[in-house]
Ligand binder design. Structure first.
Ligand SMILES: Cc1cc2nc3c(=O)[nH]c(=O)nc-3n(C[C@H](O)[C@H](O)[C@H](O)COP(=O)(O)OP(=O)(O)OC[C@H]3O[C@@H](n4cnc5c(N)ncnc54)[C@H](O)[C@@H]3O)c2cc1C
Length: 294
């Protein structure tokens, strides 16, 4: 089923999980196990990222097919345009379509890690909006797109971020998923700015439960997400006790998600980093307490 239809037809918030295709066979076995463990929570959809390096790209389509047809969960393939020719993009889109997948998250992507000046020959896509347009014109997929409440690391300001959001909506994006963030007011201010600019598509907040100090340092550096001072203090207090960082991460993400849902967010997209226990605990608690129904 198309994700835009799932969102519009659902009376409850949509919950989704994001995984990345691992590079080793052992990693793939662990991933399949993690997804199977989350399946009983009946996510609205599960998404698989598209690797910047290239070696795991086939696995994106294969895992998405497995989730949809063998686990019976709705699935979405991510796709990046960076460095690809039109023929290459159409070949991947053809494989996603042949696998029976109805949803694609269309992204620009980034240069290969450690090569910020890398450029490709015959590159077809410079911005995600061009990929969204290509997909919307040539295929029947439901297309999703990324957005950045704290502004993309290369963007100048919120106004330019909102212009990009609007261009993606006009190109055919049916819904958006945000970059991770920790301050819910930033998300709601971003949604207000999007609505004021005439963007009506659902904007699903993306949350990443903190599992370790190193993980969150790496992810905030990559995404530009700022951490509230109080959260930094609590992490520092646990510098010598990694196990308690995980507990803090679960408790904090559960409270953040509950506040988002109570204030009207349409759902939560969990960046799982291929681990299931934190997400399982958070989503189970949300389903018990139902903050959106209060
Ligand atoms: C939910 C989510 C999922 C992701 N999944 C993946 C994944 O699977 N694989 C992966 O490699 N990466 C993934 N990413 C990371 C993403 O590829 C990077 O954040 C990338 O830097 C930007 O991608 P985008 O699609 O937002 O690009 P764009 O929307 O093209 O934006 C990129 C930059 O260009 C600017 N820009 C856009 N349009 C214009 C224009 N017309 N004129 C001037 N400037 C413009 C924007 O302001 C921004 O600074 C994901 C990110 C999110 C939030």
């Amino acid at each position: 089923m198309r994700i835009d239809e799932i969102i519009s037809q659902s009376e409850e918030p949509v919950f989704s999980f994001e995984f990345f295709p691992p590079a080793s066979e052992e990693g793939e076995r662990n991933l399949r196990e993690a997804i199977e463990k989350l399946a009983p929570l009946e996510p609205s959809f599960v998404s698989i990222t598209y690797g910047a390096g290239g070696s795991t790209r086939e696995l994106t389509v294969e895992l998405t097919r497995w989730i949809k047809h063998e686990l019976g969960l709705e699935a979405m393939s991510h796709l990046t345009g960076y460095g690809a020719t039109l023929d290459e993009l159409r070949a991947v889109l053809g494989r996603i379509s042949a696998a029976g997948i109805e949803n694609v998250l269309a992204l620009r992507g980034d240069p290969p890690r450690g090569q910020p000046d890398w450029t490709a020959e015959n590159e077809a896509i410079h911005y995600a909006s061009e990929l969204i347009e290509l997909i919307a014109q040539e295929y029947s997929f439901c297309v999703g797109a990324a957005c950045y409440p704290e502004v993309h690391v290369e963007a100048i300001d919120l106004a330019s971020e909102i212009r990009v959001l609007k261009a993606k909506a006009e190109a055919g994006a049916g819904f958006f998923i945000t970059q991770l963030f920790f301050d819910n007011d930033v998300y709601f201010e971003f949604v207000d700015a999007a609505r004021a600019a005439g963007v009506e598509q659902p904007i699903i907040p993306g949350l990443m439960p903190i599992t370790s100090a190193e993980q969150i340092e790496r992810m905030t550096a990559l995404s530009g997400a700022t951490m509230p001072k109080e959260l930094v203090t609590q992490l520092e207090l646990r510098a010598n006790d990694p196990g308690t960082v995980l507990e803090l991460g679960v408790a904090h993400a559960a409270l953040q998600a509950a506040d988002l849902l109570a204030r009207g967010a349409p759902g939560i997209h969990f960046y799982t980093l291929n681990r299931s226990p934190s997400t399982r605990a958070i989503l189970s608690a949300l389903k018990v307490s139902r903050p959106w129904a209060r």
